[in-house]
Design a protein. Structure first.
Length: 96
């Protein structure tokens, strides 16, 4: 399988990259709040709770629950559900 590593996909397992909690931790930004307004923009928030990604999250959840329980861990999403997870995580910019 060919992996298409994007900035968003790299950010999720590492927590380093274009995500507000990372910028806040490095004191680049004073605000870690997600643009959805529903909490800090952590990697877990983006995957499991972000109101900006509801439709995309529903598609990912439907694909995952065919073989695994939801919620499932980040690494399992990457290892076992890479195609669906990649579509989900690259569906929107974390900044908007």
């Amino acid at each position: 399988m060919k992996l298409n590593h994007t900035g968003n996909l790299t950010t999720i397992p590492t927590g380093h990259g274009n995500i507000k909690t990372y910028f806040n931790r490095l004191q680049i930004s004073d605000d870690a709040t997600c643009p959805s307004g529903k909490g800090d923009q952590t990697t877990d928030h983006v995957i499991y709770n972000c109101g900006r990604l509801t439709e995309e999250m529903d598609k990912l959840r439907a694909a995952v629950t065919k073989t695994d329980a939801w919620p499932t861990g980040k690494w399992k999403l990457i290892k076992r559900h890479y195609n669906e997870f990649s579509k989900f995580i690259n569906s929107k910019s974390f900044e908007d």
